[in-house]
Design a protein around this ligand. Structure first.
Ligand SMILES: [Zn+2]
Length: 408
């Protein structure tokens, strides 16, 4: 049925969605009031200053030899297979509010999400060689990707939309659960993305049914995603909520929409009615194509905070490299929660200082990185502060999800 021309169009769509989702690229260009030359300069300055400051903050140099190197920290040890375990019995059982499973989209063949494999190939495969890659916890997480790692990431993303990714085949339910067990993570929110593709774009359904099939709904909480320009988005949200979704993920970069776009407002409003938190990728990570940077500037995330004060908005990555412009939003609006994944340890200490512990949510972005990497940073910034540690790792997530201890 599909002509060659159609296939090429579909392929282009899939590849550009892949490229937009995570990946290095170039070409921004067109400036207007939504994206200015000053915005470009701010990101460049953030990168420069972060690099210069790494290792000079309150925790000193924080460079480890791969994820395995984290075993040097007092809370961790290596097990017989060389995997990091959290051995500190007083670390609260954590709830990871930001994780994913393996992605097979568009033309890519289905993955077996029930498979156990000998090792996980994280998207930053820092333990792939001996010794592991230098892992700096005092910079934004993606600064740890070398140019060749970024090329591998680009190839992986394209494969996830076309021939299938062998790394994604290791991003399975049993592999995630094993890592959770090793580092005292009790539950993880699984956040899909809807890319708006003509077919093969059903991560919400695929992941929810895989979680059910494995019988692990108590540990892996299914999230849902809709595409903002899908005219059926609101109906789909209601269906997903009725089917047990616990949060909604939207991604202004991968979905190429302004977070304050009119079509998104209807989605936020419905999430409010359904009692579902809205988890938004926020701020510029700095490795995506520049042409999508205009969608992710913190100032575009404010109108809906004002308009829907009853809706909980989780800013995943705390605004990424636009943290400095995100913190004022959190100060002005009580309905902002900050997902802390990605921020370096000095930045995380600053977030904790400025926002306090009660709206910060532990997250890992697995399988991008190991769970232990994010956990290590939280443990460092909350040393000697058990109340803040419990809130960030567990208590805040329970409150956001409307659960009390014991009902989970
Ligand atoms: Zn993510």
């Amino acid at each position: 049925m599909t002509s060659r021309l159609d296939r090429r169009d579909f392929l282009r769509l899939g590849l550009s969605a892949a490229a937009a989702s995570a990946l290095p690229g170039c070409g921004g260009g067109d400036f207007d009031e939504r994206y200015t030359e000053e915005d470009v300069a701010r990101l460049a300055e953030q990168k420069r200053a972060e690099k210069a400051r790494s290792g000079t903050g309150p925790f000193g140099p924080q460079v480890y030899r791969g994820y395995r190197g984290l075993a040097e920290l007092p809370w961790f040890e290596l097990d017989g297979d060389g995997n990091v375990r959290c051995v500190a019995e007083d670390v609260p059982r954590a709830i990871d509010m930001h994780a994913h499973l393996g992605m097979a989209l568009f033309l890519a063949p289905e993955l077996d999400l029930q498979a156990r494999t000998p090792r996980v190939r994280h998207m930053l495969d820092c333990d792939g060689e001996e010794p592991g890659c230098p892992l700096d916890l005092d910079v934004y997480a993606n600064a740890n990707f070398s140019p060749s790692d970024l090329n591998a990431l680009r190839r992986m993303a394209v494969a996830q939309f076309t021939i299938g990714s062998s790394a994604a085949a290791t991003h399975t339910i049993p592999n995630l659960l094993a890592e959770m067990d090793a580092v005292r993570v009790e539950q993880a929110m699984i956040l899909p993305i809807s890319f708006g593709l003509p077919f093969g774009d059903d991560l919400t359904e695929t992941w929810t049914s895989a979680i059910r099939k494995a019988g692990v709904e108590r540990r892996l909480l299914p999230g849902a995603s809709v595409f903002p320009r899908d005219p059926e988005a609101v109906d789909k949200l209601r269906r997903y909520a009725a089917d047990g979704a616990r949060a909604v993920k939207l991604h202004p970069n991968a979905q190429r929409y302004y977070p304050d776009a009119p079509e998104a407002m209807a989605i936020y409003e419905e999430c409010g009615r359904l009692g579902l938190p809205v988890c938004l990728h926020s701020g510029r990570a700095g490795i995506e194509p520049e042409r999508v940077h205009r969608y992710m500037l913190p100032r575009h995330y404010e109108p809906m905070l004002r308009r829907f004060p009853e809706v909980d908005f989780v800013f995943l990555h705390s605004g990424s490299r636009d943290l400095a412009d995100t913190l004022p939003l959190a100060a002005r609006h009580e309905n902002v929660w900050l997902g802390i994944h990605g921020q370096g340890v000095s930045a995380l200490a600053e977030i904790l200082e400025r926002v306090g512990p009660h709206r910060l949510l532990f997250g890992t972005d697995w399988p991008f990185y190991t769970l232990a990497m994010s956990l290590a940073k939280v443990l460092m910034v909350t040393e000697g502060r058990p109340g803040a540690r419990w809130a960030m790792l567990r208590g805040n997530a329970l409150r956001l999800l409307g659960e009390t201890e014991g009902s989970a």
